[in-house]
Write a protein that binds this ligand. Sequence first.
Ligand SMILES: [Zn+2]
Length: 321
Amino acid sequence: MKAALAIDFGGTKTIVGIVREDGQLLAQRRFATDTSQGALPYFQACLNELGECMRESHVPPEQIAGIGVTVPGLADPVRGMLLHAPFLGLKEVPVAATIRSLWPDYPVFVDNDVNACALAEMKFGGALACGSFVWVTVSTGIGGAVVIDGKVWEGEHHLAGELGHIVVEWDDDANVCGCGNCGCLEVHGSGKAIERNVRRYLAGSGRDSELAAYFARTNAPVTAESAAAAAMAGIEAAAYIFRQAGRHIGKMLSYTVNMLNPAAVFIGGGVSRSFSLLQPGIMDTFSVAVIGEANKSVPILPTGLGYEAGLLGAASLAFTK
Ligand SMILES: [Zn+2]
């Protein structure tokens, strides 16, 4: 059975590994992403770790289908380039050419992490039977990918599927987004937005609330993850903040589903582990804003990929291209 070498190049951490064509992870290594010395030493470090993975898993070189690399930003899969990763301050990095210069044995495939997760959902997850579907990553920010007839729709300039930058709040007090616009989903429905709303509540009307007492008692840092734990422990204010975030996600999904009539929507990313907290809000807005029975019954599901979504995504680039 074929296997792929996978590099999940993240903003803060990198995971490399070997994934078999049936989705089984044979070996993996994780380390902090350090691109401060440039792309060449960074990718050299990735390949050194992959070499270790190959020795450990005893996969013969002739079974390797290729090297799949997911990058944390805008990518050009045709040229194998990372075009722009604002978080890392990187622009125009020739990822495929750099890896080929170091290790010319295998073809190299590059795409952004969100598109790759959508491919992985199709190859290994819940989208096996879906010709067309929508993938949404809800984590610190919000990303998206649109799959039409089995292919990620890239758009004319690789900008398709920017679901985090669909405007969902048009009021004057809408939050300003990193993209420069106001009211984007990313600043109303992401993990960062949830964290900001918890902080606002604790500094205002929630100063003496049950939620404030929860944070004082547990000594947990204020994050979307700890707020989810508070909500799961039955603290209504925390559940309400998740429900509000879900309502904004539901607005975006209603526009997207009315436009595309997909087979399903899959939600991944760190915040999707709290899917049960987002779901009531998603349905509040989604169910009243989509038309037609076929769209109303589009399933909105948490990803079937689990924790290794990024690595499976990188591997699926090598299997599907
Ligand atoms: Zn934006």
